[in-house]
Design a protein around this ligand. Structure first.
Ligand SMILES: C[S@@+](CC[C@H](N)C(=O)[O-])C[C@H]1O[C@@H](n2cnc3c(N)ncnc32)[C@H](O)[C@@H]1O
Length: 425
């Protein structure tokens, strides 16, 4: 597949309340408070964080890091995560996808609580104040970001995630997880589930899906995301309660609501399969465990090419921009794209904890509906960057004529929307 060499880097933008100490993450200038005051957000209830520290056990690492942590390291990390999530979270505004270049760019900080309202702002990016679900006031901060100036990636805070993760930490039976994950040394080397997502609506940890339930899945159901005893294990347990990965009408796989989902439901908490940069892809890929390599190679690769081309192509088609580079996720990378009116899931990547969280951002998503994130950009940009014609139903699809024009612009500006009527998009 011939993709454009569009090196637009999405604006990776910081969010809400923070202090100067939180700045300078891999070249990101500063996480500023949404009100410019630098004030920190309120701390979580002390007992929750403290409880998490008490209960904390060995946390799995990203699949390409195989050093198990000690209990005390994990406790520190857990406390740090709980505290961090009250201070600043980063979230996509639906454009943080794609594996193309990075440079310096700026983004205007704006409070935008609803996912559909922050959609598709190619540049500048959008920053939301933590918990900012009611205010639409614009803020004035300009943030310098690493990355090329053109491609949009925005990171927003998400109060629901704070709540969900704190609930998770307080409800997780770490002893049971440790007992199973420490069953043998091999399991210690392979990460296992460490965070049990719970519906922010019900606060009830979902039941794990047993083999008998999996047998009832429709044809084409892919047995992922994994259970705690599952494969690469970077996914928190229980997400099967929220969605299934199965065949999509768009072609290939997609994620589908396993039951009715409501705005604010946290449906996925996942560590990257691979976190890397464009220049370190191959060495970092080769550090992965065999299971992680297998999971990586199973991701969507467009037209299969030679092994080297495939590793690169999977990166291009599946990566999320994260501070300092890109990340590929075993499960989150299965979510298809939808344009603003059809998107129903937003995501946030927390750099400190290294965890991506996906949250429902439409009022009601019926059981069986496909779940969509946004890769950012118009159908023209999607085509020129990733090579697919968006069929999400929420935009005016590109015509054959549009495609011809784009192809004729091989040496022109791929991302030019001049000939595409964006009024319906
Ligand atoms: C990250 S993958 C998403 C998961 C993928 N469908 C799979 O089978 O693993 C991105 C690819 O999914 C397909 N895709 C995603 N969103 C789409 C959309 N709105 N319309 C058409 N194809 C889409 C495209 O082939 C795109 O390159």
């Amino acid at each position: 597949m011939s993709l454009s060499k569009d090196t637009r880097a999405n604006a990776t933008v910081a969010l809400g309340p923070c202090d100067d100490k939180s700045s300078n993450m891999d070249g990101i200038s500063c996480f500023r408070s949404a009100d410019g005051s630098g004030n920190e957000a309120p701390m979580p209830p002390h007992n929750v964080a403290a409880d998490a520290v008490e209960k904390a056990k060995v946390l799995p690492q990203t699949a390409n890091e195989h050093q198990p942590k000690t209990i005390s390291e994990h406790a520190t990390e857990t406390a740090s995560l709980a505290e961090h999530l009250t201070q600043h979270e980063v979230e996509d505004n639906d454009s943080g996808r794609g594996g193309l270049g990075l440079g310096t760019q700026s983004a205007t900080v704006t409070k935008k609580p609803e996912c559909e309202e922050v959609d598709m702002l190619p540049n500048p990016g959008v920053i939301s104040e933590a918990g900012g679900r009611t205010s639409l006031e614009s803020l004035e901060t300009e943030i310098e970001l690493p990355g090329d100036s053109s491609s949009p990636q925005q990171l927003l805070p998400l109060a629901a995630t704070q709540v969900a993760l704190l609930e998770i930490l307080s409800k997780t039976d770490f002893e049971a997880i440790e007992a199973s994950s420490c069953a043998d040394e091999q399991e210690l080397m392979e990460p296992s589930a460490e965070i049990v997502p719970t519906s922010s609506r019900t606060g009830t940890p979902p039941a794990d899906v047993g083999p008998e339930q999996q047998e009832e899945q429709p044809e084409g159901y892919i047995a992922m995301p994994p259970s705690p005893a599952g494969n690469v294990g970077n996914v928190a347990a229980g997400v099967e309660d929220f969605f299934k990965v199965q065949r999509s009408d768009l072609g290939g796989l997609g994620a589908f609501a396993a039951r009715e989902l409501l705005r604010g439901d946290t449906i996925l908490v996942e560590r990257p399969l691979l976190r890397t940069t464009h220049f370190r892809l191959l060495p970092d890929y080769h550090k992965l465990s065999d299971a992680a390599k297998k999971a990586y190679l199973s991701l969507h690769s467009g037209e299969d090419g030679d092994p080297f081309g495939r590793i690169e192509q999977i990166k291009v088609l599946n990566s999320f921009f994260v501070p300092g580079g890109i990340a590929i996720f075993e499960v989150a990378s299965r979510f298809n794209h939808a344009c603003p009116s059809a998107r129903n899931v937003k995501y946030v990547f927390d750099d400190e904890s290294g965890v991506l969280t996906l949250t429902i951002c439409q009022d009601v998503v019926p059981a069986g509906a496909e779940l969509f994130i946004s890769y950012g950009g118009s159908p023209v940009e999607l085509y020129s960057t990733y090579g697919f014609r968006c069929a999400c139903g929420g935009c005016k699809p590109l015509t054959d004529e549009d495609i011809k024009r784009l192809k004729n612009r091989a040496f022109g500006t791929w991302d030019c929307d001049d000939d595409y009527d964006t009024s319906g998009w």
